[in-house]
Every structure is written in structure tokens, then in C-alpha cells.
Design a protein around this ligand. Structure first.
Ligand SMILES: [Zn+2]
Length: 300
């Protein structure tokens, strides 16, 4: 079909499309039952995390195990474990995107294998991916060879899904012996990431309880544990995230939080200050490209 490209034709075409759209809106406004409806997820709360200009390349001597970031600045890291989940995780990603919040996802390898497109979306939207093993076992009972299988399969499927290597790991159930942490750090360069805020959301205590537990315990440098596997946890996130933003906390990824550890002596005596913003809302992490590898053909 030959399509005329004259500007007048295009203007007329767009005018017609607007007319059709307006007619549809007029109709919907007259519909009795949805007259006042606005999608809450479409517009969010209006609260927004600032663009944060922190690198993600923490030094290799940053330490083997971490429960929180050692900073007096109001930076915190939200971490979500046990995904990706086909419904809950995309819903959470919408909530994070509306607020410009970058989080860290400790994903299970076999779930990444099932839903690689969700992990790809995480990375595309500026989130960080961590290794949470392939089958979610208790690693304390396993040999180094078996742990290697869990780690390797998960690292490889993450790279296949999104082209980014994990920088950190979190052991299932937080269970990992000191010697195993040291071995994983030596073999993979992964610091073991624990947490200092645990709402015990996996026990499903109720949406408002999850929110209040997180708001009560979070402090500067906190690493907050939550699970995007569970629907009530995701239901709790709008109020939780907005509550944390209202209290002045700023969200960074785990690796960004770790970069602050080495400069503790520089920041510990300073009052909380606004971090520099990146102009134009650009990706906050230019160093991310350092870990990109060739992405194979994407499997839907
Ligand atoms: Zn887990």
C-alpha cells in the first residue's frame, strides 16, 4: 500500500485519531460505574527517589560479609529475594519505577530460567541482580563442589537472561558458615549480603505489619530484606516505599551501598546531605557497562 507522506496528510490523520480517542473518552465518562476510576499504579504516589550518582564497583577488600552499609548518610538498600515471580515481580517493578527506586534482587536460578524476561526488565530499569542459588538449599550442609554447582548455574542463567554478572550473593535462609563465606568470596568475589531489617514477611503477618516493621527498624545504611515471591509483601510496598521516602531515606543498590564502606572515615562526621543528582534522569550507574557480556538470543 502506498502511504502519502505529505505533512498535511499526517496532520489530518493524527487529527482523526485524536477525534476517535476523544469520542471513546466521552463514552467512558458517561459510563456510570467507572466514572471516578484512576489506576493507582499508573500514576504512583508522586514521591520520587532522587537520581543518585554513586558507582557500583566496590573494592575487592570491602569485606566478606555485610549486614548493613557502614554509612551515616541516609542511604538504604531494599533487597527482594526468591523471585522472579511472574505476577508479583512485574507489579513490584512498576511500583519501583514510579518512584525512581533502584533495588537489588536476589534471584533463584531456576526461576530465572523460567522467567528471563523479568530479569532482563530488572536490569533495563537500573536494578541490581544477586545470586541466591539455583534450588534454594541450606548451603551449610553442602560440600564446596555442590555449592559451586548452585552458584555457577545461577550465575550463568543470569548472564544468559540479562547480560550482567551478579556482584554479590545471599545464602538461602541466611545460612552460610564463615569458612563457606570466605571460600565463596575467594572463588567468585561475592561478598555475602545479609540484612539488618527483617519484617519476617514470609510469615504473612499482614500488609500493614510488614510496612510498620520496616519503617520502625530502618536506619541509615540499612539493608532491608523482603520477598517478591509473596503477594502480600508486594501489596505492602507502596506504603513502605512512600513511608521511607517521607522519612528522607534514599534508595541505592547493595553494591552502591558497599562503595560507601571504604569511605566511612570521609562521611561519618558529616550530617546527612543530598547526594548529587544525575542530570536528565540518566542511568545512575555508568560503571554497569563494565560487567556486561555478550547477550545470547533472548528466550521468551
Ligand atoms: Zn530466599
Amino acid at each position: 500500500m502506498i502511504v502519502p507522506r505529505h505533512p498535511f496528510f499526517l496532520m489530518t490523520l493524527s487529527g482523526l485519531m485524536m477525534l476517535v480517542a476523544c469520542s471513546a473518552n466521552d463514552k467512558s465518562r458517561k459510563t456510570k460505574f467507572n466514572a471516578g476510576y484512576r489506576s493507582p499504579s499508573l500514576f504512583g504516589s508522586g514521591l520520587r527517589n532522587p537520581d543518585i550518582n554513586l558507582p557500583s564497583e566496590f573494592p575487592s577488600d570491602v569485606g566478606i560479609s555485610h549486614r548493613r552499609g557502614r554509612t551515616d548518610l541516609p542511604y538504604i538498600a531494599m533487597t527482594f529475594d526468591d523471585g522472579p515471580h511472574p505476577e508479583n515481580t512485574p507489579r513490584l517493578l512498576d511500583m519501583l519505577r514510579e518512584r525512581n527506586i533502584k533495588a537489588t534482587f536476589y534471584v533463584i536460578g531456576r526461576s530465572v530460567d523460567m522467567y528471563p524476561h523479568i530479569v532482563r526488565r530488572m536490569v533495563a530499569e537500573g536494578h541490581e541482580i544477586g545470586n541466591h542459588t539455583w534450588t534454594h538449599p541450606n548451603l551449610t550442609r553442602m560440600s564446596n563442589a555442590s555449592i559451586r554447582t548452585e552458584m555457577d548455574r545461577t550465575r550463568n542463567v543470569i548472564i544468559s537472561a540479562c547480560g550482567v554478572k551478579p556482584r554479590t550473593m545471599r545464602p538461602p535462609y541466611g545460612a552460610l558458615r564463615e569458612s563457606q563465606r570466605a571460600w565463596i568470596h575467594k572463588e567468585y568475589g561475592y561478598p555475602t549480603i545479609m540484612w539488618n531489617v527483617d519484617p519476617r514477611d514470609w510469615q504473612r503477618p499482614g500488609v500493614s505489619v510488614v510496612t510498620s516493621r520496616i519503617l520502625d527498624k530502618t536506619m541509615n545504611g540499612s539493608i532491608v530484606l523482603a520477598h517478591d515471591l509473596h503477594k502480600p509483601t508486594v501489596d505492602a510496598m507502596p506504603d513502605t516505599l512512600d513511608g521511607l521516602l517521607k522519612r528522607g531515606f534514599q534508595f541505592v543498590t547493595v553494591s552502591q551501598l558497599l562503595t560507601l564502606n571504604s569511605s566511612l572515615s570521609d562521611v561519618s562526621t558529616k550530617k546527612p546531605a543530598q547526594p548529587k543528582a544525575v542530570a536528565g534522569g540518566a542511568r545512575q550507574d555508568g560503571s554497569e557497562s563494565l560487567t556486561f557480556v555478550k547477550v545470547p538470543a533472548f528466550k521468551q
